[in-house]
Design a protein around this ligand. Structure first.
Ligand code: PPS
Length: 572
């Protein structure tokens, strides 16, 4: 009983009173300030609202080292995740320990003041080994640590001025104290929390429902809407899916709240961290699944953690965490009995048909517009997922022609544009080299630096078109491999990138010399001319290579179209 009352009592927040906040905000205007990254904003929100209690700010050096090495703060309190403020070298050079700085969100609003107690350069390789199990950038948090996080850490107490502003799903966001008050008001003495970063399907509904029954507890669906694993279904879509599933639970026993946590995918340590966070949110029980918060495969193609490591570590520290683990049963569908059952408790196993659709298989079916059966998910959820991930033939994509001047890029690009417009369905934009240089890049010349800026601009516009479901056709020379790769990455975040190397030889381009530029380049009247006095790095693995010598334009455009069809980008 004592423990349950504690779950309802308010937890300590780091905010000052509204009056003081006004005053502090004015004063903080004079302080040096740090613009928080999206991940830091998530961390700060949970620090300020008590979600990361007992932390009172970003970890100092001693606490950090102790957390990294022993999963405990320097005073021995269990805390598995280093919550530090990473900054740039430039900013680090401007500040000293003992100083106060303002922490601002991305619009410049001051959210908090950090009183810097420690400034240090962390050993990131050591942090990766200890916290994530390996210094391997296949792990998303290790990749973040080395490639996104700044080189210097700051630690110190936080004075909270205001929470970060959210404009989406406001009614579904709750602080730990708001949830505690809600549970108290409804008389929910036992609450089992379900952490998730994926859409819920029938199996999840079954298992959460069972978990709640087993623990004789109410159920909190507590999805993460901060940062999850790169490539996950975006949280807007997921929340619409969750709302649909929520109707499937008895409403008097179940609720949902959104958690603005930045996940690290740290498996076992993450599970312990998630447990502490849920305890702070007033829950008494927590569901830990197989491969909880798993980061996927390492660079050798093996799992980072064993499937039950998270459950084991949680069990060892359950008392200290102050929340009881409910272990996740792997639920499978038994066709003959038309119901979900725990995989390890199936009766008459050899005579029944067990059905299962993996995450990968689900994504394939969505991509290809194939059937997703009713036994697997709810029609409302499938509808939402299909709206966000239409089949490839309805998604945006980019065709990126590259080749020497006069190789025939523009001609083929124009032909393919017209053919795609003839098919209809998606808007088509041609970003031709000459056109772009006139409208987007009129101030640029042909140095490596300027060519790179030019190509990145094209890439940015093409990525926006791709994101919004259109077709972008680009036809610049784009002579540098690394720049083409950067553009590919920008676009592949939203849709397919089809690189077409127009491989007409220099001799042929020069023989044709349609614009008379090669002659001028040979005479030295045009400097830095690609192929003559400037490099062209041939693509080594383009999606398609076309050779225009002895082929007519229509044939080349057909080849491109067949490639698009084989990639599923245009309907066959
Ligand atoms: S790049 O390298 O991708 O930024 O070049 P791009 O924007 O495609 O521009 C190439 C067109 O500009 C004309 N032109 C030159 N090309 C190469 N080198 C030099 N120095 C140069 N000066 C002018 C040329 O007409 C190119 O057009 P295309 O359509 O490729 O023949």
């Amino acid at each position: 009983i004592q423990m349950m009352q504690n779950h309802h009592a308010p937890i300590q927040e780091l905010y000052v009173s509204p009056d003081s906040a006004q005053k502090l905000k004015r004063e903080a205007g004079d302080l040096l300030s740090w613009d928080l990254t999206p991940r830091q904003i998530c961390d700060l929100e949970l620090l300020m609202n008590g979600g990361f209690s007992p932390l009172k700010g970003f970890l100092g050096k001693e606490d950090y080292e102790s957390v990294v090495d022993n999963m405990r703060l320097a005073d021995g309190t269990l805390w598995p995740m280093p919550i530090t403020l990473d900054i740039s070298e430039d900013f680090a050079a401007k500040i000293e320990e003992g100083q106060d700085i303002a922490l601002r969100d991305q619009e410049g609003v001051i959210l908090a003041i950090l009183s810097i107690s420690d400034k240090w350069v962390p050993n990131k390789a050591h942090e990766a080994e200890k916290v994530f199990g390996a210094d391997d950038i296949a792990h998303p948090a290790v990749n973040y640590l080395h490639h996104t996080a700044g080189p210097v850490y700051l630690g110190g107490a936080i004075t909270g001025i205001q929470p970060p502003v959210h404009y989406d799903f406001r009614a579904r966001r709750d602080t730990p104290n708001e949830l505690r008050a809600y549970f108290r008001k409804l008389g929910w003495r036992k609450v089992v929390a379900f952490q998730t970063r994926n859409p819920l399907h029938r199996a999840h509904q079954e298992l959460t429902f069972r978990a709640a029954k087993e623990a004789q507890a109410n159920l909190l669906i507590h999805p993460v809407v901060g940062l999850t694993k790169p490539g996950d279904v975006d949280h807007f879509t997921r929340v619409r899916c969750y709302e649909a599933v929520l109707d499937q639970y008895p409403s008097a026993t179940t609720t949902m709240s959104l958690l603005n946590l930045a996940m690290r995918m740290a498996g076992p340590r993450e599970a312990v961290w998630h447990g502490l966070i849920r305890k702070n949110h007033g829950c008494t029980h927590f569901i830990v699944g197989r491969d909880h918060a798993g980061p996927g495969k390492n660079s050798a193609g093996e799992d980072f953690y064993g499937p039950y490591d998270a459950q084991d570590l949680f069990r060892q520290h359950q008392e200290e965490i102050g929340i009881e683990m409910v272990d996740f049963k792997h639920m499978v569908y038994v066709q003959e009995r038309a119901q979900y059952e725990p995989a390890d408790e199936i009766e008459d196993k050899d005579n029944v048909t067990i059905l299962n659709i993996s995450g990968t298989e689900l994504r394939r079916r969505l991509r290809e517009g194939l059937e997703i059966p009713e036994w697997f998910s709810f029609p409302e959820v499938v509808k939402e997922l299909r709206r966000t991930s239409p089949p490839r033939s309805k998604q945006g994509f980019t065709v990126f022609f590259t080749g020497l001047s006069g190789s025939g890029k523009s001609t083929i690009a124009n032909a393919i544009m017209v053919k795609l417009m003839e098919m209809g369905g998606r808007p088509v934009t041609l970003l031709d080299g000459d056109v772009v240089r006139k409208h987007l890049s009129s101030e640029l010349g042909f140095s490596k630096e300027h060519r790179d800026i030019n190509i990145r601009r094209i890439g940015y516009v093409a990525s926006e078109i791709t994101k919004n479901g259109g077709i972008a056709i680009c036809a610049p020379i784009a002579p540098y491999t690394s720049t083409r790769r950067a553009v590919r990455e920008m676009i592949e975040a939203y849709g397919a990138f089809v690189e077409v190397h127009v491989a007409t030889s220099l001799e042929e381009c020069e023989r044709r010399d349609r614009k008379g530029l090669y002659a001028l380049a040979r005479e030295g009247k045009i400097k830095e001319f690609t192929g003559i006095s400037d490099p062209y790095e041939e693509p080594t693995e383009p999606e398609l290579r076309v050779d225009t010598e002895g082929m007519d334009v229509d044939y080349c455009a057909q080849q491109v179209l067949l490639k698009l069809e084989s990639m599923g980008l245009v309907a066959g």
